[in-house]
Ligand binder design. Structure first.
Ligand SMILES: Cc1cc2nc3c(=O)[nH]c(=O)nc-3n(C[C@H](O)[C@H](O)[C@H](O)COP(=O)(O)O)c2cc1C
Length: 199
């Protein structure tokens, strides 16, 4: 069990970076929660990027999805990750910027597989009520991926949601007693301030 805060902070970001890169890592599919006007919502997403130097976590979504106005309206977005093998929970909080039709979106779109771009070609926006079960995908792309030119109209519906993290929490479960630490971004000092918490 690590017992110094600097090592824990480094391990948190290293785990998040691995989680973004490795689809088999449990940190690859965190839960992202939003709140607005006394209501809240949470959903699983794919962690697409973790950038320690900028304190950023990013996922992709359909710009027409209901979560987009929620992300834009709420001051903080919460992310929760759990690694059952390491018995580590990470919680992250921060403000989220939604990038659509800008340089950040274009850079992420360029790295997106054609198969993944299919989702952004759906005619109906996510959460549209329908009479029958449907994937919403255009018929042409149910059995195959779009070609690069065919995928391009999807860019208009593509959004990159980037949270700039201001608080991190680490919880390590152990038979002899759990441990918990919190890290708050000190903007004046441009550094993380770590502290221990009771679990
Ligand atoms: C494993 C898994 C990964 C998912 N990844 C994403 C994702 O990266 N982006 C996304 O918008 N939705 C993703 N979803 C779907 C969301 O959980 C959610 O159902 C959908 O986005 C609608 O959310 P909303 O109504 O809050 O907009 C994923 C679901 C699962 C089960």
């Amino acid at each position: 069990m690590p017992n110094d805060l600097t090592t824990i902070l480094e391990a948190i970001w290293a785990g998040l970076v691995t989680g973004a890169q490795d689809a088999r890592h449990p940190f690859h599919t965190p839960v992202v929660a939003t709140a607005r006007m006394g209501d809240c919502d949470a959903r699983v997403v794919v962690l697409r990027r973790a950038t320690p130097d900028h304190r950023e976590l990013a996922f992709h979504t359909d710009a027409r999805a209901p979560k987009v106005p929620l992300l834009q309206a709420c001051h903080t977005t919460a992310w929760v990750f759990y690694d059952p093998a390491g018995k580590v929970q990470i919680r992250a909080k921060g403000e989220t910027a939604v990038h659509r039709d800008d340089a950040v979106a274009a850079q992420a779109w360029a790295r997106t597989k054609l198969m993944s771009r299919r989702c952004y070609l759906a005619e109906l926006a996510p959460s549209t009520p329908v009479d029958e079960p449907t994937s919403g995908l255009p018929a042409a792309f149910i059995e195959r991926s779009p070609t690069a030119p065919e995928s391009e109209p999807g860019f208009a519906n593509f959004a990159v949601c980037v949270t700039t993290v201001t608080r991190l929490e680490w919880l390590k479960l152990a038979a002899r007693g759990h441990q918990r630490a919190a890290f708050v971004w000190d903007a004046d000092a441009s550094r993380w301030q770590g502290s221990w918490l009771t679990p």
